[in-house]
Design a protein around this ligand. Structure first.
Ligand code: GFB
Length: 315
């Protein structure tokens, strides 16, 4: 099988401090790649001129675009503007900057929320743009869809070896645990932990508890990114998930058990549920030889331990 990016290639990981970027950085470094990074203070990726100049100077062999404005259902639905504008701006400056700097390979990360709200489950890659979106994350989804089309367009017009991955809901150490803006898994770790510490007997979980979600550890996404960079050069984005989903009620019970909270769990249906289900079909990435390695129970326990030892870790 071809290897499009053998180590010790130089890879610029954009967004190396985030949940995904830090996992990709750990993985590529461990595999013998030379990873380049820039903090936000050193390089604002929304600044197209500065980004293009950096990429021209640094000339990495590949770019992993893991920088993005991300957040949970409430942040997405109440503050859609930065989810739309920051993501569009970062994508325009990094993808076009990489092309103009002559960088041969780029991996862009989409998200499973860009598929239609009522896509057939498990969702195959060809469901993209086949129906209306989930309203709670429309702005974010449109920005990510624009990124996918940008990648496809550079491939079509210039023959660029740029590719896209479509991760499911992610979690892991270094996630955002802010109660208002985080995704469900870190939010519940924090809420159950705080309830246990305060000896509360009731914890409220948003929504009805019936939506189903699939959760992938960021380290598993990182190993998938390596596989894609080395072995994939196709037009279609590639789904990356663990292949199994569960209800939010089931997730809440598992997080409560991992944290040691033994009180009641109630649901608040006045909070949005979001999309009813978004389980990804992962046959394409499996056929490339990848499989997830972190079981959910182990991943939750590890994420809880990591947060307890560094509770203010930024996203
Ligand atoms: O993780 P989450 O915010 O993302 O919410 P989405 C998942 C589900 O968990 C929803 C429920 O049904 C929420 O109502 N939930 C229960 C909670 N309690 C909580 C809580 O305390 N916090 C949060 N955040 N949720 C996001 C998109 O959708 O998924 C983004 O908005 C992105 O665009 C991301 O794609 C992966 O899966 O609903």
């Amino acid at each position: 099988m071809d290897d499009f990016l053998p180590p010790p290639a130089r890879v610029f990981v954009a967004g190396h401090r985030g949940l995904v970027g830090s996992a990709v950085t750990r993985r590529l470094t461990a595999q013998g790649y030379r990873v380049l990074t820039r903090t936000r203070a050193e390089l604002d990726l929304r600044d197209a001129r500065a980004t293009a100049a950096f990429l021209r100077r640094a000339r990495p062999d590949a770019v992993v675009l893991a920088a993005a404005r991300v957040g949970g259902i409430m942040a997405n639905s109440t503050h859609p503007v930065p989810f739309l504008e920051d993501n569009l701006t970062i994508q325009l400056s990094v993808i076009s900057g990489a092309h103009h700097a002559g960088i041969p390979r780029l991996l862009f990360l989409g998200s499973s929320c860009i598929y239609p709200r009522h896509a057939v489950q498990p969702i195959t890659e060809d469901a993209l743009l086949s129906g209306p979106l989930e309203p709670t994350n429309e702005a974010y989804a449109i920005a990510k869809i624009a990124g996918l089309v940008q990648i496809r367009s550079y491939r079509r017009q210039y023959g660029a070896s740029f590719i896209s991955a479509m991760p499911t809901n992610l979690y892991g150490p270094g996630d955002n645990f802010d109660p208002a803006t985080s995704h469900v898994l870190p939010a519940l770790i924090r809420r159950f932990h705080d309830a246990k510490e305060a000896k509360l007997t009731d914890v409220t979980v948003w929504g009805t508890g019936t939506p189903r979600r699939e959760f992938l550890h960021a380290d598993d996404l990182a190993s998938a990114c390596e596989v894609l960079l080395r072995r994939y050069d196709g037009d279609a984005p590639v789904n990356v998930g663990c292949g199994e989903d569960l209800t939010i009620a089931d997730l809440a019970a598992r997080v409560a058990a991992a944290v040691g909270y033994r009180g009641r769990i109630t649901f608040d249906p006045s909070r949005p549920d979001g999309t009813p289900r978004k389980l990804l079909d992962i046959s394409t990435i499996r056929a490339l030889g990848w499989a997830p390695a972190v079981p959910l129970a182990e991943g939750i326990a590890q994420t809880y331990r990591a947060w307890r030892s560094a509770p203010d870790t930024p996203a």
